[in-house]
Design a protein around this ligand. Structure first.
Ligand SMILES: [Zn+2]
Length: 344
């Protein structure tokens, strides 16, 4: 099969590699839709903390497809089923899983890359985090399940109450998904982004106010001024992945407020919080990584109901040969997410 192999930072090659074969409990999918993500952009531009770039591997991690082969013992799916799959599954046996923190699992099963014509789903993912798609669901929307499950986890984890004011810094795919979810939670949503185009999408998804930092003198002040008496937001969320944005996000929260630091920053970077602010304002700062099987289930159910779809999130389509262009365009914020047609 043809696949996009990532060798190193900014080194992706289209190559012919052996077709995957389904082992016990495994399933092979023909990839029908694969989508680009901020994580792919980061892997391509600067490497990724959880990815070893010393050995070439298939690039990409979001997809949906049709079952072409089932391994011994698989009863959940049959050949021809349309399947939405997550890219990981926890082992449910390690210390962290036992403490109900499966996103911290040390024995996570991981899907091989998805920018390929076929992908083999490891047995734990087949069992826990793969779903038969209803006929009404399109492949491109199903491919959004993985990033959406991360957005669902973040929003569920930080807790938003009816009537809260929430700021979401960053209107990339995850930020926009969080805008939608926060607005479903009954919050007044402020969204900040450097792109007016993306802010328009945020409005369509439920943002009541938008702030373009390029157009205001002081972004933190501009956000605080949108809250009663300038007290700050109840929940401040960072979905960019820059230490300076983490710091600004913290300054947007009200006394006693909560801050969700979602965007992964470059390895080795740090951020600073005034001890006085942390103490006297009784802030809650929360890091969050990836997702959990519960939130994957929630994401799948919501995608089946059309809460989000490829209509808003998939803005362009590229053949496999142009995967680097798709990643570079994603990085340049042209559109929201790109679909890779691995068969074109
Ligand atoms: Zn575990």
């Amino acid at each position: 099969m043809r696949a996009a192999m990532i060798y190193d930072i900014k080194d992706v090659r289209i190559e012919e590699i052996p077709d995957p074969v389904a082992g016990p409990g495994e399933v092979v999918l023909k990839v029908e839709a694969a989508t680009t993500c901020g994580t792919d952009v980061k892997s391509y531009m600067r490497g990724h903390a959880t990815i070893k770039t010393t050995q070439a591997r298939v690039f990409g991690h979001e997809c949906s497809g049709t079952v072409v082969e089932i391994g011994p013992g698989v009863t959940k799916f049959k050949v021809g089923d349309r399947v939405a799959t997550h890219n990981t599954a926890p082992d449910n046996t390690c210390y962290y899983c036992k403490h109900d923190q499966p996103s911290m699992c040390r024995g996570m099963a991981v899907l091989p890359g998805t920018f390929a014509q076929y992908v083999k789903i490891p047995a734990p993912i087949v069992a826990i985090n793969a779903f038969k798609m209803p006929d009404s669901l399109d492949f491109a929307s199903a491919s959004l399940m993985e990033p959406f499950s991360c957005a669902v986890y973040g929003i569920d984890d930080i807790g938003i109450r009816l009537g809260d004011t929430v700021v979401i810094n960053g209107a990339g795919p995850i930020g926009l998904m969080k805008v939608k979810l926060a607005s479903l939670r009954g919050a007044e949503v402020i969204c900040c982004d450097l792109s007016d185009e993306r802010l328009e999408v945020a409005k369509k998804l439920g943002a009541t106010h938008t702030v373009n930092p390029r157009k205001v003198e002081d972004q933190v002040k501009a956000v605080r001024e949108l809250t009663p008496d300038g007290r700050g937001v109840d929940v401040a969320i960072e979905a960019v992945g820059l230490p300076e944005t983490w710091e600004k996000t913290i300054l947007m929260a009200r006394r006693g407020g909560k801050v969700l630091l979602f965007g992964g920053c470059k390895a080795g970077t740090t951020f600073t919080v005034a001890t006085e602010l942390m103490h006297y304002s009784q802030l809650t700062l929360k890091g969050v990584f990836h997702t959990t099987p519960l939130h994957v289930q929630m994401a799948f159910d919501m995608i089946c109901r059309g809460v989000i779809s490829s209509r808003e999130f998939v803005t362009a389509k590229y053949p496999l040969a142009n995967v680097v262009q798709a990643i570079e365009d994603h990085a340049a914020q042209k559109g929201i997410k790109n679909l890779i047609d691995t068969w074109a």
